[in-house]
Design a protein around this ligand. Structure first.
Ligand code: G4P
Length: 525
């Protein structure tokens, strides 16, 4: 098959949601359709089980298990689908942000009763930064929830994206009748509670036909009115707008009951983008270019302390990746060959000979890779940095054993390369500050430093509000700012200056006093 055909038939995406909205359940149902698994419950997702939140060992164990399901590839309707799993636990949100840099589109799952929740809002911000095309699946229609029209308004307002329903629910909760698939013009009746099979489909090209009444009683009339209203209020679905990340088609269903999932998948395959040209720091790279390019977006350490090897997750952006062929590691300026690259199919990893744009492969790594590293066929090219977000929590990290200074330094360095947390070094006194999204990472870091590097660390409190990257065309003002705030300036792991604001007030003061300086909560601006 030609490179062009391989690209056209690939869909690489992530499913994201606030915890408990139904991401794991939906993922599993999609895999069932693809024949990738045969029974529900087979997916050990990155989801961290409830009750395990204080047990980080258990979380690490589950994260270990989840490597195999971090990427789930399967074929459906002759399309190669790659689902990138993202951790459900909020403390690992940074992992999710990075994964979003490797997808071509996203499906957002929203709980019909809860609507837009905090984590959904945050993840949508990341999608918006890259204009990632988004499809929304409103889940749990078998339970009572918000009025669909109100929910659509909420989605539009809270997620700051236009919406266009492509399916429509007929009632919900105990009286839920089904959904009308506006994309394929099919009525999909909710009858089956058998979670393994697909609900009943009634072909309804004419929704005014009398038999439709029989099925939908007593909601037939209100359904038709609502449908008229939808078509009156919302303009026709515009695929270009969806591909530009400006308009999100919305589907309704119940993942648990496998209801509305097939409609979603069929439409997804039709409209979701295959790999498209990507901007690198040097130029725009077309996936159809023959020369290989791609980047590492995630590194997963081995759980076994005796084997300190890691798996680097490599996304292919252009050309064909071939096993045992030498590629240039751009940052290190050296050639590397890979004898055991793996593809991730659901539940198993297999060694592959070739992989195409859109595919994710696992590369066995003994310490060569950092997140964001680029491999090419020789070209000096680098994909745009993955954004760092200001952490929510900060602590000083100190050496707990003077004999193990080197081990500690190496351990911190490698854990930061993996993206476990962010490191800031104070310009004033060189003290190291670890910034994280959640409290859990501090325990994970301490545990892994001890077990993988034999190093002991201690934390000391530091009260900080945010870490802000800053920029200005006014060099004099930057210099003045850095001089006046020298106790609050640190550098990040790339050597960029960061302002450590101890309160929102001090940030506001800095903004007022130095109007020519722009402060950012992310490193990509
Ligand atoms: P997450 O990955 O987004 O965190 O959510 P997950 O799929 O684990 O779903 C969270 C809970 O919601 C699960 O119940 C799941 O069974 C339930 N759920 C998912 N989809 C639907 C649906 O369409 N309707 C209804 N009524 N429930 C749904 P749980 O009791 O928390 O877990 P479990 O013991 O069933 O695994």
């Amino acid at each position: 098959m030609s490179l062009n055909k391989e690209i056209q038939r690939r869909r690489t995406f992530a499913i994201i949601s606030h915890p408990d909205a139904g991401k794991t359940t939906l993922t599993e149902k999609l895999l069932l359709f693809g024949g990738a698994i045969h029974v529900a419950g087979a997916v050990k997702s990155n989801k961290i089980k409830k009750g395990a939140t204080s047990d980080f060992m258990e979380i690490e164990r589950q994260r270990g298990i989840s490597v195999a399901t971090s990427v789930m590839g399967f074929e459906y309707r002759d399309v190669k689908i790659n689902i990138l799993d993202t951790p459900g636990h909020q403390d690992f949100a940074e992992d999710t942000y990075r994964t979003l840099t490797a997808v071509d589109s996203v499906i957002i799952v929203v709980d019909v009763a809860k609507g837009v929740e905090a984590q959904t809002r945050k993840l949508m911000e990341v999608c918006r930064m890259r204009n990632t095309p988004v499809i929304i699946f409103v889940n749990k229609l078998d339970r009572s929830g918000k009025d669909p029209f109100e929910l659509l308004d909420e989605l539009e307002e809270e997620l700051k994206i236009g919406v266009r329903p492509l399916s429509w629910p007929i009632s919900m909760g105990p009286s839920f009748k089904g959904v009308y698939d506006m994309y394929q013009k099919k009525l999909n009746l909710f009858e089956s509670s058998d979670k393994q099979t697909i609900g009943n489909y009634i072909e309804a090209t004419d929704i005014n036909a009398p038999e439709v009444d029989t099925y939908l009683e007593p909601f037939a009339d209100s359904f038709r009115e609502e449908l008229d209203l939808v078509n009156g209020v919302y303009p026709e679905f515009d695929n270009e707008e969806y591909l530009n990340g400006k308009l999100a088609p919305v589907f309704f269903g119940s993942a648990l009951n496998n209801f509305g999932v097939k409609d979603l998948l069929d439409c997804f395959i039709d409209i979701a983008p295959c790999p498209r040209p990507i901007e690198s720091q040097q130029r725009v790279v077309d996936p159809e270019e023959e020369a290989l390019t791609g980047f590492v977006f995630k590194i997963h350490a081995n759980m076994d302390p005796n084997h300190r090897d890691r798996i680097a997750f490599f996304k292919i952006c252009s050309g064909v990746f071939e096993r045992n062929k030498p590629y240039t590691h751009v940052r290190l300026g050296k050639k590397l060959k890979f004898s055991t690259p793996t593809a991730f199919m659901a539940e198993k990893k297999t060694i592959i000979d070739k992989a195409y744009p859109g595919d994710i492969i696992g590369i066995h790594d003994t310490g060569n890779f950092k997140i964001g590293d680029t491999l090419t066929a020789g070209e000096d090219l680098k994909y745009k940095g993955l954004p760092s977000f200001s952490p929510e929590m900060f602590k000083y990290i100190e050496n707990g054993d003077p004999m193990k200074y080197k081990q500690l330094a190496k351990g911190i360095d490698q854990l930061m390369d993996e993206g476990v947390a962010q490191l800031f070094t104070s310009k004033l006194n060189g003290r190291k500050i670890i910034g994280t999204v959640g409290a859990l990472q501090y325990e994970v870091i301490q545990y892994r430093l001890l077990h993988e590097y034999g190093a002991t660390c201690k934390y000391e409190p530091i009260h900080l509000y945010k870490a802000c990257w800053f920029e200005s065309d006014n060099d004099a003002q930057i210099e003045d700012f850095k001089k006046r705030k020298h106790t609050a300036i640190a550098f990040d792991k790339h050597g960029r200056d960061v302002f450590l604001a101890d309160s929102s007030y001090s940030l506001q003061m800095a903004q007022e006093k130095f109007p020519d300086i722009k402060f950012h909560f992310t490193s990509e601006f």
